[in-house]
Design a protein around this ligand. Structure first.
Ligand code: SF4
Length: 379
């Protein structure tokens, strides 16, 4: 297939659904986690769950980078933006993520902080060049997909000898999060979720390849199928997972062969390895502290590290106790299980991070899924 329409062909999707239904054993349950928020969005947008038999359950995972950022790191960014000498450059989604005390970068901007929305690290570099008297900080978040552009920004800032540019690094890693989920699986614990396999991330895997997932497939006996973000990609990945489960196989398979290979993008990996090193641990919303799951700048680049440059204290803050983002990010609950969903919490007035980004499970369900809930209750 060459064009995106072909990956959204409804007739082919229905044919694939028939094959999935015929392949799935009627007497067993298949529980697959889509790790990545892009898959959550595709599943909701194209109504894929309605095409699947009842015994195949899709479980949303913690792969939305905006969603997993804990309130304490948002509070740290707000405190940074409130410094009079700082211009904080952020991606748009981050503006509305609630920190503690219902504060957000949008509110800080309304109160006078210099917070700018940018589309790339290069925008932040350009602002630093245009405003040499300001301290320009890029609020860097995301998984392995967005880390290489941050590394390239540091390289560029070094070449240009930009003394007023730094990044507030919140880059996180996919494999430790998968490990944390699998380590926590305890069938006797109602706060944990049982899984039969993973739909593996698409963009992340273009960078890291399929090799890092082999450990999970072997050690935890869980199949992983790397999948693209179009609806037929996801449907095909589900079929591949069902086949592996039926055959008691637990391998890493690659549905997304048009973009992903086993070794990934080695130039991007080298750029990241040059600039960043592992943190001992990093806090994730919903998953808590996970060892070696986040990155920081190497000591040689400390001058570009906002946490060193501005002596930012590490802040931790509890989430809104009524918000279920934590259990949703662990796959234990669904958005409609949250009492605030669609009442006080909507995309216009988000109470938790899962309602902010379009990749968040609550935002996806609000936009594409809530009417199906009403229809199901009515029928
Ligand atoms: S509906 Fe809102 S408050 Fe509830 S879990 Fe989702 S984001 Fe959190």
């Amino acid at each position: 297939m060459k064009y995106v329409d072909e990956y959204r062909d409804g007739n082919r999707a229905r044919q694939l659904a028939e094959v999935i239904a015929a392949t799935a054993a009627p007497d067993r349950l298949y529980r697959f986690m889509e790790f990545c928020g892009g898959h959550t969005h595709a599943i909701s947008r194209y109504g894929l769950e309605d095409l699947l038999p009842d015994n195949i359950r899709m479980i949303h995972g913690p792969g939305c980078p905006v969603c997993v950022l804990p309130a304490g790191r948002i509070d740290m960014a707000i405190a940074l933006a409130q410094r009079p000498e700082v211009t904080l450059c952020v991606y748009g989604d981050l503006m509305r993520v609630p920190g503690s005390q219902r504060n957000s970068l949008l509110r800080a901007k309304a109160a006078g902080a210099d917070v700018r929305m940018v589309y790339s690290t290069l925008d932040a570099i350009a602002i630093a060049e245009q405003q040499p008297a300001r301290e320009v900080v890029f609020f860097a978040i995301g998984f392995e997909t967005t880390t290489p552009p941050s590394a390239m920004a540091i390289r560029l800032a070094t070449e240009k000898r930009l003394g007023n540019f730094s990044i507030f690094c919140n880059h996180v890693l996919t494999p430790p999060a998968i490990q944390a989920i699998l380590d926590g699986v305890d069938l006797a614990d109602p706060d944990q979720v049982a899984l039969d396999g993973f739909v593996g991330p698409a963009h992340v895997s273009t960078v890291i390849g399929t090799r890092p997932y082999e450990y999970f497939a072997e050690t935890f006996a869980k199949p992983v199928v790397i999948a693209g973000f179009e609806p037929l990609d996801v449907m095909q990945a589900i079929l591949m997972l069902v086949q592996q489960v039926n055959e008691d196989r637990h391998q890493v398979e690659n549905q997304y062969i048009r973009a992903v290979n086993r070794d990934g993008n080695q130039r991007a990996q080298a750029a990241v390895a040059e600039i960043f090193e592992l943190r001992a641990q990093f806090e994730w919303r919903g998953l808590g502290l996970i060892p070696h799951s986040g990155l920081k700048l190497k000591p040689a680049y400390a001058g570009f590290d906002a946490e060193c440059r501005f002596e930012m204290p590490e802040l931790t803050a509890a989430d809104n106790p009524a918000c279920e983002c934590g259990t949703i990010l662990r796959g234990v609950k669904k958005p409609a299980d949250c009492k605030l969903f669609g009442t006080v919490c909507t995309p216009d007035n988000p109470m938790g991070s899962c309602m902010v980004s379009s990749e968040g499970a609550c935002a996806a369900h609000w936009t594409y899924g809530r009417f199906r809930d009403i229809q199901r209750k009515a029928s």
